[in-house]
Design a binder for this molecule. Structure first.
Ligand SMILES: Nc1nc2c(ncn2[C@@H]2O[C@H](COP(=O)(O)OP(=O)(O)OP(=O)(O)O)[C@@H](O)[C@H]2O)c(=O)[nH]1
Length: 303
């Protein structure tokens, strides 16, 4: 048993509890100097526990938190309780230089010396999972292109930016011709493969990282071209037709006679033709409808 002095905790007793905990934890004095680090915290930091003794624990964290800690210290003005805080998401730098997202909490323990418990929770697998799910939610499962939701979000954002900067912006809607017939003739699995090939062809024509290729739904795709006027968009649309024509039909196990073409409708906003991004998209859809009506495998620019 450790002697207990009224309400004061003994350093050794607190340190022993810290050592037993599964959660990464360090014990420090009021100046931030580390007195003890448990195994879980040492593993998180990336070295033997003894190597961290005597270090200032805020130095393990990114500079933003260090600044905040200094502010807390000056505001607390010796009132140790005021330094405490609950779980805060911060980045911790491991000994090997890698940055880890952690939840950090700081608790004051009234000891013979004032003591602080510094608790960590590793958030890296949580963050990686959120990143994976965010990417999944933004992507079309079949083709790997951006999905419709992402397209609409990016379109709204780029529409506003282009209008504010007085830059043109164009959209191209790309629709596979006679795709129902293609599915009926060669089966849905070949149809899926065909959509993947077309998606890859579209992605290959993207002229800059600001441009986006998305699956709009079914056998319909959209190219979003910020900064592109109608002539430039038409050039990209021609490249799309060429890239689709270059798809290796035989490699897909289809007969040589199998036809794969797309129809395209273009709309460009350059000086107030369309009031909204949706109206521009509708303009491209109307142009696409004309391309279909005029025989397919065509590119039509909205009036
Ligand atoms: N294999 C496959 N087919 C799809 C998918 N999504 C939509 N389709 C098919 O795409 C076809 C679209 O048919 P329609 O809208 O009649 O258009 P179309 O036959 O291409 O005719 P036009 O557009 O007028 O040239 C339908 O048969 C859908 O089943 C998909 O994810 N995979």
């Amino acid at each position: 048993m450790y002697p207990v002095h009224e309400n004061y905790c003994e350093f050794a007793a607190v340190a022993e509890v810290v050592q037993c905990l599964q959660q990464p934890m360090a014990l420090a004095d009021a100046s931030g100097k580390v007195l003890c680090v448990n195994q879980a915290a040492a593993a998180l930091l990336g070295d033997e526990a003894e190597t961290f003794i005597g270090e200032l624990w805020p130095s393990w964290l990114e500079s933003g938190y260090q600044g905040l800690y200094r502010e807390l210290q000056s505001a607390a003005d010796g009132q140790y309780h005021a330094l405490q805080h609950g779980a805060r998401e911060v980045q911790l730098r491991r000994v090997d230089g890698a940055l880890l997202w952690v939840k950090l909490s700081l608790s004051f323990v009234q000891g013979l010396l004032p003591l602080f418990l510094v608790g960590f929770e590793d958030l890296s697998s949580q963050k990686a999972e959120v990143q994976r799910l965010t990417a999944l939610a933004a992507t079309d499962y079949l083709t790997g292109l951006a999905n419709r939701r992402t397209l609409m979000e990016v379109l709204e954002k780029q529409w506003r930016q282009c209008l504010a900067r007085r830059h043109p912006i164009s959209v191209v809607i790309v629709d596979v011709d006679f795709f129902k017939q293609f599915n009926d003739l060669y089966g849905h699995l070949k149809g899926d493969e065909c959509l993947r090939q077309i998606a890859a062809a579209l992605a290959s024509t993207l002229p800059s990282p600001q441009c986006l290729a998305a699956r709009f739904g079914g056998e319909e795709f959209v190219l979003l071209l910020p900064g592109f006027n109608a002539a430039m968009a038409e050039l990209i649309a021609r490249q799309v037709s060429e890239a689709v024509a270059a798809i290796d039909i035989a490699a897909m196990g289809l007969p040589q006679g199998a036809l794969l073409t797309v129809s395209q409708g273009i709309a460009c906003e350059i000086s107030g033709q369309f009031r909204t991004a949706d109206a521009m998209l509708l303009g491209a859809d109307t142009a696409l409808y004309r391309a279909k009506r005029e025989g397919r495998n065509k590119i039509i620019l909205s009036d």
